[in-house]
Ligand binder design. Structure first.
Ligand SMILES: Nc1ncnc2c1ncn2[C@@H]1O[C@H](COP(=O)(O)OP(=O)(O)OP(=O)(O)O)[C@@H](O)[C@H]1O
Length: 232
């Protein structure tokens, strides 16, 4: 039996008059992969953003066991347009430990190299981030998330736009992190990714429709209810 890493109660998120989450209550397990699945606009990114501490709560509570800053890999990053190399981008992941103005230690550099290898982007290390394809950039951003070595890894559609091989590398890295005790929460539109997770939340229109092990949650009936509201 695993522990609860994140306790969420009655969570409401609003953007002006737009309600993104309508009173969400759930516990997310530690040292497991939790997949957030649901249609566009169902609230997956909002939930990740609240857990990351970058999206404000209108109501409710979110309590985390760990105190370290989560590693948060967003869908489109503000760093995309900075004139930095792929290696610099991944090295930024070490700033959480080091602060931006300190020299990286030998261990920091080893972590960066290892993360470049895990995403198979070592050969792109010297290229400017802005000169990469969308999928290559996505791999660099996932590598940056891994380099943070946080106990909580939040990934917003980490495999969006990547090819099959890179998708496998990301899936492997995610599984490895959970196996080392990292709590991973990821938003995905990929059913196969959700099926490989240890825990799964089905969201629709800001509400939790189902939660639990993928084998129990991802039934044809539940999926139909999620994507075709008339069947709800
Ligand atoms: N910055 C924003 N300003 C206004 N409304 C927003 C903002 N961000 C999200 N929303 C709205 O909040 C709701 C939930 O959006 P959210 O991005 O959390 O959904 P999602 O499930 O991650 O969607 P997708 O699958 O498209 O990434 C949607 O109705 C969306 O239009």
């Amino acid at each position: 039996m695993t522990h609860t890493e994140i306790e969420i109660a009655d969570l409401v998120v609003r953007y002006g008059r737009q309600v993104a989450l309508r009173g969400l209550t759930t516990d997310l397990p530690g040292a497991r992969v939790t997949a957030l699945l649901g249609p566009n606009g169902s609230g997956k990114s909002s939930l990740l953003g609240v857990i990351a501490g970058v999206v404000p709560r209108a109501a409710g509570t979110v309590e985390r066991r760990g105190t370290r800053r989560p590693a948060y890999v967003v869908q489109r990053s503000a760093v995309d347009t900075l004139p930095v190399t792929v290696r610099d981008t991944v090295a930024m992941g070490r700033w959480a430990h080091r602060g931006p103005w300190r020299r990286l230690t030998r261990r920091d550099r080893a972590v960066v190299d290892n993360c470049l290898d895990r995403l198979d982007i070592g050969d792109l290390a010297g290229r400017p981030l802005g000169a990469l394809s969308g999928g290559q950039r996505q791999r660099a951003l996932v590598a940056q998330g891994l380099a943070q070595e946080s106990g909580l890894l939040l990934l917003d559609e980490p495999a969006a736009g990547v090819d099959l091989a890179a998708g496998e590398l990301i899936a492997t890295a995610v599984a490895e992190e959970a196996a080392r005790g990292v709590t991973v929460v990821l938003a995905t539109h990929d059913l196969a990714t959700a099926e490989r997770a240890g825990h799964c939340l089905l969201l629709a229109d800001g509400r939790l429709l189902a939660q639990g092990p993928p084998g129990e949650v991802l039934t044809p009936a539940a999926l139909a209810r999620t994507w075709f509201p008339a069947a709800r």
